[in-house]
Write a protein that binds this ligand. Sequence first.
Ligand code: UDP
Length: 181
Amino acid sequence: MTEDCRAARGGMLTTPKVVASSNGSVIARYHADATFRAQIDQVDILDADGMPLVFASRLFCAEPLRERVATTDFIDDACEAAVRDGLNFYFLGAKPGVAAKAAARLRKKHPGLRIVGVKHGYFSEEELDGICADILARKTDVLWLGLGSPRQEALALRLRGKLAGVAWIRVCGGLFDHMSG
Ligand code: UDP
């Protein structure tokens, strides 16, 4: 993550990477919905969010997955790296007030954490350009996008073309609800 943030700041990474998670329902939708399949195929990094995927990979893959990556665990590692390396996070998603509460909790747990912007996930198409301008103005390195699947994957791919300078768009489902509760 940090390496990509440095590359994006230095102009070496001009398009954000989309990082998403797979679980049982993502895989089921992948097989049932051609549009979603095409979107998932464009994702840059796809985590395995669930031990069943790790077990299946041991049975069927020449190079099995080493571990599961749950966003709810990864967020703490990401926050530690962000504090250490001075990275900026932006939270976009969930009902009004939820991501702000999650941000407050994470700032308390990780002093020095820079969550530079927070916005709820119930915005209109007309508001999108303004939100992108805000994300860029705040020098965001990692955009955490929690709108639920499949909307978040589709939007993450669309935003790639609008957010040069951002290193990662980290799709995160219901993470803000989890962190705020
Ligand atoms: N959400 C949103 N905008 C919408 C629809 C949903 O921000 O237009 C949020 C919702 O409030 C919740 C998250 O998206 O915080 C979806 O969470 P869920 O656990 O259903 O997502 P999953 O991880 O299953 O994809």
